[in-house]
Design a protein around this ligand. Structure first.
Ligand SMILES: [Zn+2]
Length: 129
């Protein structure tokens, strides 16, 4: 089973949204910049005025890797780790659903998987083409 996410004061909004099946990022009110992972201050203008914006969940694969030995903690077989670029321009590291390695540039979309403590984390699945 997948380990729970490590929650901190600044990241709780993201993980709580995942539990509701929502995929979000923080947005700076003064300069409209989106960022991920969550943090208290806009990385561009350092404003503390922020809101939460829903994301489309659509992305493309920029890179991937699969750990061979030892298997990742909590998994029988290590998942495929992917770096994706979201439609909104943000990049994030996640897992690809399934056993089939991606091709760089593959279209993927977000999904959520349960963790051992009943939380949820975002993962990505290939979009049928
Ligand atoms: Zn800003």
């Amino acid at each position: 089973m997948r380990p729970d996410p490590i929650q901190r004061l600044d990241t709780t909004l993201f993980w709580d949204a995942c539990e509701r099946g929502e995929f979000v990022a923080q947005k700076c009110e003064p300069c409209n910049k989106l960022w991920h992972p969550p943090r208290p201050m806009c990385p561009s203008c350092h404003s503390l005025e922020k809101s939460t914006q829903p994301l489309s969940g659509k992305a493309k694969v920029l890179s991937w890797v699969r750990q061979v030995r030892p298997a990742s903690y909590g998994f029988k077989e290590s998942p495929i780790v992917i770096l994706v670029e979201l439609e909104e321009g943000l990049r994030m590291v996640s897992n690809l659903v399934g056993d089939e390695p991606p091709i760089i540039g593959d279209a993927v979309e977000v999904d959520f998987e349960k963790t051992m403590g009943g939380k949820a984390v975002p993962v990505f699945k290939k979009v049928a083409t």
